[in-house]
Design a protein around this ligand. Sequence first.
Ligand code: ATP
Ligand code: MG
Length: 256
Amino acid sequence: MDHKNITILKIGGSVITDKSANDGAAKMDEIKRIATEITGFEGKLIIVHGAGSFGHPQVKRFGLTGKFDHMGSIITHMSVRKLNTIVVENLNSAGVNALPVHPMGCVISEDTRIKDMFLGPIKEMLDNGFVPVLHGDMVMDTMYGSSVLSGDQIVPYLAIKMKADRIGIGSAEEGVLDDKGKVITSISTGNFNKLKEYLGESANTDVTGGMLGKVLELLKLSEQSNSTSYIFNASNAGNIRDFLKGKNIGTAISGT
Ligand SMILES: Nc1ncnc2c1ncn2[C@@H]1O[C@H](COP(=O)(O)OP(=O)(O)OP(=O)(O)O)[C@@H](O)[C@H]1O
Ligand SMILES: [Mg+2]
């Protein structure tokens, strides 16, 4: 196996936006704080951020899960794109050489799953010291015309294609929680069936399955590769920095 030392970090829409809002509300202080936590990281890094209130309410409003709509697709894409611009600008202000990569322009899905993604620009960016910043988006879909692509699906896709070494998913909970609100330290195919009753959708509007959707994507990833990914709280100051330093926090998702 070749080691390129690539890290993939997802920053949840629940962290960088007010997810209870019904139209794009960015949490500027959180975006700035996170940008400073990423500053100084020296490895190859791909960032994927969620859509929060810049995507989920729009998808719901236009009924875009299962139904095609030109205007809805455009409005949703332009909205998440706005959030991406804010994130990229703040990363640059903090000294991170971030560049936007919009899935709408480089992904084709088939029945809501990524069928093809043009990875060339991402590889070149990494080789030249840039940090590509992708996001949940509307993408073209061979079955539906267009469909919702969750950041939670982008992360495992890139992890496999780019042979990532470290995968972290920052959300607004300490990790995956059990019925008593305690962090489940590890989830694997072995204990998932026992634990899945604790996993639910988001407390806010989320069209891609909330925490359950996230865990299912990461379990699928661990079945296809032997990587472990971590779901942790990116709302806690210092956690993203610690994760990037190699500390394992939150819930570990692995194959066995
Ligand atoms: N067992 C669980 N442990 C933790 N959170 C859970 C659990 N079950 C359901 N949830 C919900 O899932 C939410 C996290 O998923 P959600 O998709 O809203 O966040 P996100 O991925 O950060 O946002 P986005 O999809 O916009 O990027 C939590 O805020 C919580 O409301
Ligand atoms: Mg989500």
